[in-house]
Design a protein around this ligand. Structure first.
Ligand SMILES: O=C(NCCCOCn1ccc2cnccc21)c1cc(-c2ccc(F)cc2)cc(O)c1O
Ligand SMILES: [Mg+2]
Length: 214
């Protein structure tokens, strides 16, 4: 049996990136996915927008839905202060296994809690299992048809406070129409679209930043 794409990305990181250097890991994955084989990382262009929002919000407790190989996990964690925590949720055990190794190679494992399983099961357990009061920032990058139900679930579970920020990837491609309609139409959110491109391509995509107003 041959290797999987995530395993080949990990091999590139372990071969080319400097151990303990998060930026080197990020750059290695971008290089590999732009010139060797495409993969669904948020990528360098949308990643720069993600960076600016993480820097602006300076979250103490952050949630990422959709770890994949850990590219955005490493990108975010490298910008967090030592006492901040990034909880990242991955459904696919094979992806999670690769992500753990990418996160370790980057040297950011102390700021990251990687959880395996479906968002619908884990979101209601965040408070009791991880002592979360509320999330300062949530990066949505998992199944596109789960963005809306999981946002409603976070509201219902009291995981969003006035000022909590949702940042959603892929609102144009593959697209999250129901989610966009909800956050743009709801008086409980102040939404803004950051136009960009699908990772490593010229196809339009973007990030939607939505502030929860309580
Ligand atoms: O599908 C994508 N991401 C999601 C992965 C599974 O996530 C599953 N998953 C991860 C936690 C988690 C928790 N609960 C349930 C499911 C959960 C995704 C897809 C594309 C894309 C764009 C154009 C194409 F032609 C093909 C693909 C781009 C992206 O940037 C993406 O993020
Ligand atoms: Mg994405």
């Amino acid at each position: 049996t041959g290797s999987t794409r995530p395993e080949r990305i990990l091999a590139a990181v372990q071969r080319k990136a400097t151990k303990g250097d998060a930026r080197s890991v990020v750059n290695t994955i971008d290089q590999y996915c732009r010139y060797q084989e495409w993969a669904m990382n948020v990528g360098d262009e949308k990643g720069a927008i993600l960076d600016s929002i993480v820097c602006e919000v300076k979250p103490s407790v952050m949630l990422e839905l959709g770890t994949y190989c850990g590219y955005s996990t490493v990108r975010i964690a490298s910008m967090l202060p030592p006492n901040a925590r990034l909880l990242t949720l991955e459904f696919n055990p094979a992806y999670a296994a690769v992500a753990r190794q990418v996160i370790a190679w980057a040297g950011v494992e102390d700021k990251v809690v990687l959880i395996e399983g479906p968002s619908g099961d884990w979101i209601p357990k965040m408070k009791e299992e991880f002592g979360v009061t509320s999330f300062d920032l949530v990066f949505l990058d998992h199944w596109k048809d789960r963005y809306l139900p999981d946002t409603k679930l976070m509201e219902e579970c009291g995981l969003l406070r006035t000022g909590s920020i949702l940042l959603a990837d892929n609102v144009i491609c593959p697209g999250t129409p129901e989610y966009l309609e909800y956050v743009r139409g709801s008086p409980r959110y102040e939404s803004k679209y950051f136009r960009s491109h699908l990772e490593y391509t010229r196809v339009e995509d973007g990030l939607e930043k939505s502030v929860f107003l309580g």
